[in-house]
Design a protein around this ligand. Sequence first.
Ligand SMILES: C[S@@+](CC[C@H](N)C(=O)[O-])C[C@H]1O[C@@H](n2cnc3c(N)ncnc32)[C@H](O)[C@@H]1O
Length: 281
Amino acid sequence: MVNKYKLSTTSALVLLWSEAQTYPSKPCAEYFARLDLTEGEELLHGCNSFWKDYDQVIKNRKYRIHKELYNFVNNATTLPQVVIFGAGMNPLCLEVQSHFSDIKIYEVEIHQDSINIKRELIHEISTHPQNISLVCEDVANKDGVYNALLSSGWDPNKQTIVIVEGISYYAEEKSLWKALSLFKSKDRSNRIMFEYLLNDECIAKDRLYIPNGVFGLITTVCHIDFVTRYDRQKILKHLKKLNGQVLSFSNMKQIELERTGKNKFFPLDDSGWIEVCLARL
Ligand SMILES: C[S@@+](CC[C@H](N)C(=O)[O-])C[C@H]1O[C@@H](n2cnc3c(N)ncnc32)[C@H](O)[C@@H]1O
């Protein structure tokens, strides 16, 4: 019998929500088969008690991020670099690599334990493990991120797409955007995919109890003492400072329609609380 890695409550939670179907490649199937997600089940049930369809939010956001990432890589003249902030146990690196074997991926994660498990699995599963670098750093520490990426081989002069998913709510706004300024390019050839939690004012009143319940529970269980929230104006303001340019804002209604062909869970523009912004940087 193969040894399975038991993940912590929070690392297991997103994987339970996203399910293996979000990562259809063979390496990701092998990756999922090596993980024991049971620690996350209690928190999953706690979160789902606020809204039993919460997995739809995670599947939608991942659908958008994966689609835009593949579009960008497919249309680039040479393979761009991929930087993933707060990657945790997300197997996106293996999924991307299964499509573009030579692509260079750099993950920035604060928890060394997750990195250790992921590194072992990547070495077992990936055909090109040397193309995936896992660095242990706080995404809100600009100098730390820069030095760690450089020493892992990231080239600031080469085209890069940076993915900020599942992390903006747990990072202090000013420091996070300072770190994101590292990806500013002269010709705006870089991209940022920024996923964020909306302010209460942007969310339908009859839905507010869901994000507030779920984030309230997660922050209690994980001892997180703040949650950073955004609206489109705030994102525009940060991007302007970096000479960035928004290519799209996607809400749950738009993504659900595109992903499933109908609006079952998100009938209105303000039915959701999570959005994804794609911008040039
Ligand atoms: C909710 S998980 C999201 C994982 C993945 N990005 C996804 O969306 O599937 C958040 C991850 O960010 C990491 N994290 C939290 N704060 C961080 C920070 N300041 N710097 C780097 N990583 C951080 C956590 O350890 C965890 O692995």
